[in-house]
Design a protein around this ligand. Structure first.
Ligand code: ADP
Ligand code: MG
Length: 455
């Protein structure tokens, strides 16, 4: 390589961190050096940006002038050298923003962030009462980015389809407008990139990427930003820039904005500007439909009774539901056995047994009230009639048996009763169940109802 260029490189080396040099300079190459111009081959546009963003252009020009007394033009040839393989930079992070993680620096030609998963579309998202609202909102945002639902905040528990919906939005937007620059990224990766850019003084590059070169920002798992003040600040400015120019922002979280501890008030307020939609665990029919869809797309034979068995036993996480189906399918195909309820029981022995049943206090109150033909509101009242106090005590007993709630918590949902009232009820009903076989039979029936209704 040309000697003059080598000297320039040595000067750059003194100025920047070795890892940065490795990431950004190593893959480039001087293609030609004349008396007035240097042609630099870079793998893609981000490298050219990097030289500009970091003022290296001026630095290089100044250095050349010092060395030769002449002015040089720098000409970048994008794509003239091959893309490097992904490099991992380990960054030492600022306190509070985790430590010792590796940061992926992979300048690429396509949009910022992660690649969208083409498998997650609106077409294969099963809609039921539990997710209807989020689905409709997501679809509307994808149809009309930057419209009425901006920002869109989707929240729900683990494995309920948030990431699926977010990808579906991106895929749909791209289908409608292939030139749209969509930035789909997890908040964790956003933070890692930010830290890397702060460390290597590439903030201009970072800002350009997320504010100027992004038409729609789809950020997954925003709850991860809790307590990460510097990242929240950068996200706040990113948000303002994008929102101010009517570009669509969609974020997902496992919690409602108000419940995310460590989330700055100003961000919380902004999330409330648009639409907040939640995804609840799917109801029985939706779970069965999801299973059937998945079985069809993965070519797994799934008889109805097996679908019902799975949907009855795995309720609160679609990922687990699908995972169980895949396990059963794999087991059947490897052993040559037919898919049946017995096979499902065998394969999922551990999964299903370990799962605590999730029954809510409200479920119990409702079922007990129905059994004794009284109103839920009366169970919660202070009325002391025996026809009410007995069912009330049974309900309290079952709340203690089927949930993890404390005595005071249970008391609170019974119209603010004292914890000692609940303790007394639990003791009394346990004793009655031992001593009174007729009552025991009733209790057994109620328990069966509570357990089976919970699907
Ligand atoms: P989350 O991001 O909320 O934790 P994911 O979006 O990763 O959940 O969903 C977990 C799995 O369940 C994915 O494979 C997804 O495709 C699937 N899934 C969730 N909800 C649905 C649905 N309504 N219809 C079809 N598949 C779903
Ligand atoms: Mg997710």
């Amino acid at each position: 390589m040309n000697q003059l260029w080598d000297q320039v490189l040595d000067k750059i080396k003194e100025k920047i961190a070795p890892q940065s040099y490795k990431n950004w300079i190593d893959p480039t190459k001087a293609l030609s050096v004349t008396d007035s111009a240097i042609e630099i081959g870079v793998p893609n546009k981000f490298y050219e940006d990097w030289f500009f963003d970091n003022n290296y252009i001026i630095f290089i020009k100044d250095s050349l002038k010092q060395m030769t007394g002449r002015s040089y033009e720098l000409i970048f040839k994008v794509g003239a050298v091959p893309e490097p393989s992904e490099k991992t930079v380990s960054a030492v992070l600022t306190p509070g923003e985790t430590s010792n993680i590796s940061v992926q620096v992979s300048p690429q030609r396509n949009n910022a962030g992660d690649a969208l998963n083409p498998k997650y579309t609106f077409e294969n998202f099963v809609v039921g009462a539990s997710n209807q609202f989020s689905h409709a909102a997501a679809y509307a945002a994808a149809e009309q980015p930057g419209g009425s639902y901006n920002p869109l905040f989707v929240f729900g528990g683990v494995g309920l389809g948030k990431t699926h919906l977010l990808n579906a939005i991106g895929n749909h937007m791209l289908k409608k407008n292939p030139s749209l620059r969509i930035c789909y990224i997890s908040s964790e990766r956003f933070m890692n990139e930010l830290i890397n850019c702060l460390r290597y003084e590439k903030m201009e590059f970072f800002r350009k990427k997320y504010r100027d070169q992004c038409d729609a920002l789809l950020m997954d798992d925003i709850q991860f930003l809790a307590g990460k003040d510097r990242t929240q600040e950068e996200f706040f400015h990113t948000f303002n820039t994008l929102h101010g120019s009517r570009r669509q922002i969609v974020v997902t979280s496992d919690q409602f904005p108000k419940d995310i501890k460590g989330l700055e008030e100003r961000l919380r307020t902004r999330f409330e500007w648009g639409l907040i939609a939640d995804i609840q665990p799917p109801e029985m029919e939706t779970r069965i439909a999801i299973l059937k869809n998945k079985a069809e797309s993965d070519d797994i034979y799934l008889p109805d009774d097996v679908a019902i068995y799975l949907a009855t036993n795995i309720k609160s996480n679609v990922r687990e539901l699908e995972g169980s189906l895949i396990r059963i399918g794999a087991f059947a195909s490897l052993t040559g056995m037919e898919v049946s309820v017995d096979l499902a029981k065998e394969v999922l022995k551990n999964v299903i047994q370990q799962k605590p049943v999730s029954i809510s206090l409200e479920d119990i109150q409702r079922n007990v009230a129905t059994f004794y033909n009284v109103k839920v509101i009366d169970l919660k009242s202070k009325k002391k009639l025996k026809i009410l106090s007995h069912p009330r005590q049974v309900a309290m007993y079952l709340c203690r048996k089927y949930t993890q709630k404390s005595f005071p918590e249970i008391g609170k949902t019974f119209g603010g009763k004292d914890h000692s009232t609940v303790m007394h009820a639990v003791r009394k009903i346990s004793q009655m169940a031992q001593e009174d076989p007729v009552f025991k039979k009733d209790l057994d029936s109620i328990e069966k109802i509570v357990e089976s209704q919970n699907c």
